[in-house]
Every structure is written in C-alpha cells, then in structure tokens.
Ligand binder design. Structure first.
Ligand code: PMP
Ligand code: GLN
Length: 384
C-alpha cells in the first residue's frame, strides 16, 4: 500500500465537528459550533429559490457578480466611509475560510513567519503550513484577551511577512480599539509585513461601541486583506459566501490563487444576497441590536449560575469561567462532563492555543440561538 506522506500530520477533525457530534450523541443543546438555530430572512431564502428557478445556475464571474460587489462597496461606504473600487479591490469568495486560505497562499513564502494571537481561530495555521510558512503564536493577555504589544514587537523580525488579526475576536468576544490599530500601524510602518483582518463578526459589536475595521485606517488598509462572511451577517452559515477587500496589487495576487482554488462562488446565492441587501439595507444596521438582545438575555439568566463572566463585546460567543464549579478540570474534561451530565455542548478554548495556560478555565458558548433555546440552556447551566 503506497503511503502518503502527510503535509498536516498532527491534524484530525476540527473541534467544531467533534463537539457537534458529541451534542448529537448526547442530545445536548448544541451551543458549541457557531451557527444560528434559526433560519436566515425569508426574503433572502425566497430570492435564492427564485434565482435558481430563473436559471442563474452557471459559473459566476471569477471576481463575483457585479450586483453583489456593488452592494458590498455600498455598505463599506456606509459603515466605514471608505470608497472601494469594486472591480479592483473586492472579490466574492466561497466563504471567509477560502478567502483566508487564498490570502495566506498569496502572501507567505517558504520559511517566512506569520504572527497569530492565541486563542487563535483554527483555519489559519494549516494554511500557513501549506504555504511553507512558520506560525508564531503570541498569547493574548488574560483576563481580557488584549494584545501584548511588547511581545508582538519582540516577535517581529525580517522573516515576519504577515500578521493575522481577528476582530471582533472568536472565541473571546473582545474587540480592538482605535488606539490598538494606531499602535499596530506604528509598529509595522516601513516593514514588509502584510495583514489579514478576519472581520467576519464586523456587524456583531455591542453596547454602542464601534467596530474599528482596518477599512477605516488608510495606512493599514494599504497592506491588508480585510475578510468577511455573509454567513454570519445574514444567518446563513451553510451558504459559505464571503468576500475580501484589498488594495489592487494585493487583490490581483489574491485572485491568481482564488481562480485556481475555486474559480468562482455559487451564482444564485450571490444574486440572492445582492437582491436582499438592496431591498433590506436595515438588516445590517439592526444586526447588532438583534444579537445584543440575545447576549443580554443569556447573560442576565446566567447571573444566577456559578459561572463567572464578563459580557462579550462582540461576536455571538460568550466565554464562561467555570473555576468555581470544577476548579481542577481542564476545559476538555469540562465540556465532556457538561455535554454528558448536563446536556449542554460547548467549545473548550485550549484547543485554540499552541500552549494553553494550565490555569485556563474558560468554555465558549454560542448565543446565536432562539430565545427559547437560550432559556432552556440557561436553566440547565444554573442548575449546576
Ligand atoms: N473566521 C472566524 C473567526 C470564524 O469564526 C469563522 C466562522 N465560521 C470563519 C472565519 C469562517 O467563515 P466562513 O464560514 O464564511 O468560511
Ligand atoms: N466559526 C465557527 C465557530 O467558531 C465554526 C465553523 C466550522 O465549523 N468550521 O464555531
């Protein structure tokens, strides 16, 4: 039997697949993998059906259909006051994951270094390895998951080619401030370092705070791939449609990879999203309030529990500190116990670290759920 020499020998299935499987096996309420337990807007789904029936089923243009790029450019102007050239600076992709993969392949050469912040979303490192790069992990400082600027400064060297930011941050729910971006700009000024800004939760920012997109900072945008996902913003994670905004030179290199990884993105879904965005511009404006109501409901109910937490500033994830409940259990043991004994599936966050601190006692719960699901889950969590 011919043996394949694995390029990713240490990887198995993702924690999201594993925990969703455990949720199914144990019939636990699944607050692990991040997806809503409600559907996207009816008008959006109806449009997808209509565009399919009307015959929009052949390849879309490689860069995405004009109507959708137009809508994305409009919303970027509205939210970030940035004029984008939608022909040369915007590309529609089959999900944010694909965009991240292509942006990494476009940027990183063999032996170069990429800086990521732990806990770090799981799709970055495999893509860095496949590009021949080396992933340098910098832990965010606990308890507030902030960037250690001195550590970052010390980690930068001539081999550093890329820094990947995830803002708002999965799994911690923290957001970067304008001064974070100013410090970053200062730090990489005059250096050949590019940025990927994974901003898939850009519209899920709470308590009237502002999302500081890299699109708002011209100096940073000049070196950046800013990536987002329609899956998060329109409650359709299974559609896998995303986009990348990047200056023309970077977009050009990005498209060279994108056109041979997938070439284009599902046609009727692009038409449906463009149609819906044109007809319902308020959807994105109202999204933060929609999810903040869910976060507040869940957090208010959990004040009666033994978990400690501070409410997420962004994303649809809430971290809970369980040290008063099982101080000696690591988070993998905790999520196993929680699913089997209490019927709640959660995500352990140690898996997002190169080296997790041994004192880490956080689990991640997704609150993109119907209010009834959140009430039922909170009841179980409060009974522990
Ligand atoms: N980045 C982060 C931080 C995410 O949480 C997700 C979520 N699923 C993605 C990227 C991938 O988005 P998509 O499903 O559009 O590929
Ligand atoms: N982004 C989702 C999460 O963080 C998971 C997506 C996936 O299953 N790959 O839970």
């Amino acid at each position: 039997m011919l043996k394949l020499n694995s390029k990713l020998p240490n990887l198995g299935i993702t924690i999201f697949t594993r925990m969703s499987q455990l949720a199914n096996q144990t019939s636990a309420i699944n607050l692990s993998q991040g997806f809503p337990d409600f559907d996207g807007p009816f008008a959006l789904r109806e449009a997808a059906a209509q565009f399919t029936l009307q015959g929009h089923n052949q390849y879309a243009p490689m860069i995405g259909i004009a109507a959708l790029r137009d809508q994305v450019a409009k919303k970027i102007k509205f939210f970030y006051n940035k004029n984008l050239d939608e022909n040369n600076e915007l590309t529609i992709t089959p999900g944010a994951t694909q965009a991240i993969f292509c942006a990494i392949q476009a940027t990183v050469h063999t032996g170069e270094e990429v800086i990521v912040f732990d806990p770090c979303y799981d799709c970055y490192e495999p893509a860095i390895h496949l590009a021949g790069g080396h992933c340098v992990h910098i832990p965010l400082t606990l308890p507030n998951f902030t960037i250690d600027w001195q550590h970052l400064t010390d980690a930068i060297n001539p081999k550093t080619r890329l820094i990947i930011l995830n803002n708002p941050h999965n799994p911690s729910g923290t957001i970067l401030s304008a001064s974070d971006l100013a410090q970053l700009a200062d730090l990489i000024k005059d250096k050949a370092i590019f940025l990927i800004a994974d901003e898939v939760y850009e519209h899920l920012v709470y308590d009237q705070t502002t999302h500081h997109s890299l699109l708002k900072n011209a100096e940073l945008f000049a070196k950046s791939f800013v990536i987002s996902s329609f899956g998060k913003s329109f409650h359709v994670t299974g559609w896998k449609v995303g986009y990348v905004a990047a200056p023309p030179v970077l977009t050009n290199e990005f498209r060279k990879i994108h056109q041979y990884v997938s070439f284009s993105t599902t046609t009727p879904l692009q038409f449906a999203l463009a149609d819906f965005m044109a007809k319902y511009p308020n959807h994105l404006i109202e999204l933060a309030d929609f999810y903040q109501q869910k976060r507040d409901l869940f957090c208010n109910l959990l004040t009666a529990s033994k978990f400690s937490f501070s409410a997420a500033q962004g994303t649809y994830f809430q971290l809970l500190d369980y040290s008063k409940i099982k101080p000696h259990a690591n988070d993998l043991q905790m999520v196993d116990w929680l699913a089997k004994e209490h019927g709640i599936a959660a995500i352990p966050i140690s898996v997002f670290y190169e080296t997790a601190p041994s004192s880490l006692r956080f689990i991640r719960l997704c609150f993109a759920k119907q209010d009834s699901t959140l009430r039922q889950a909170a009841e179980r969590l409060c009974a522990i």
